[in-house]
Design a protein around this ligand. Structure first.
Ligand code: ITT
Length: 202
């Protein structure tokens, strides 16, 4: 029987990317909504990995035994701000505050800071809650720096201010395909695909 994977996120931007990145997997990828699961999860872990595992396990407990549940916990670390907002990226300045305001705030906090001190990274931890009860996590990172203004309309969240020197633009200026080739999420999911292939699809 074809395997089912539920992706435990309420973030539509993530879900779009995940579907695209996992397109070639021999499994059906369902959002929580499609799986009929609705829940608020308290993300009280101290690391991206802990929070990803909390989300995956919470949704696995609400799902049938045979599904694999994947979850993503991700965020932006700005070195000059002691790695803020980090695991609080979604909650930074309030969950419902528009990203144009959050992005402007980060740019303002880096006023006068030169390029070499504007380094930042997107981090993504993916956790898989497996049918037997085990949990596996993987991590992906993309290095860049905080730009001086918002640029680009693609992606979501902090993408318009995340400048990638190798590409000479922000991740919001990359095409969907380009971002999904190089992003923190793409890298963490590629590592997770390998883990799952070893453990479940062998
Ligand atoms: P779920 O917990 O339901 O998955 P969330 O948005 O609350 O959704 P997180 O707690 O993992 O997810 O927070 C991730 C935040 O980090 C996200 O809301 C963005 O602000 C930021 N972020 C993560 N990946 C990003 C990306 O690829 N581009 C831009 N911002 C990103």
């Amino acid at each position: 029987m074809r395997k089912k994977i539920i992706f435990a996120t309420g973030n539509e931007g993530k879900m779009r990317e995940v579907r695209e990145i996992l397109r070639d997997m021999d499994a059906d990828i369902l959002s929580m909504k499609e799986a009929g699961i609705e829940m608020d999860i308290v993300e009280d872990g101290a690391t991206f990995e802990e929070n990803a595992a909390i989300k995956a396990k919470a949704v696995a407990a609400a799902a049938q035994a045979e599904v694999i549940v994947l979850a993503d916990d991700s965020g932006l670390e700005v070195d000059y701000l002691n790695k803020e907002p980090g695991i609080y990226s979604a909650r930074y300045m309030g969950e419902d505050t528009p990203y144009c305001i959050k992005n402007k705030n980060l740019i303002d906090r880096l006023e006068g800071v030169p390029d070499n001190k504007r380094t930042a990274r997107f981090v993504c931890a993916i956790a898989a809650a497996l049918p037997g009860g085990g949990v596996v996590t993987t991590r992906g990172v993309i290095e860049g720096r905080i730009d001086y203004e918002e640029k680009g309309k693609n992606g979501f969240g902090y993408d318009p201010i995340f400048y990638v020197p190798e590409y000479g633009c922000t991740t919001a200026q990359l095409s969907v395909e380009e971002k999904n080739r190089i992003s923190h999420r793409a890298r963490a999911l590629a590592a997770m695909k390998e883990e799952l292939e070893k453990k479940l699809f062998a």
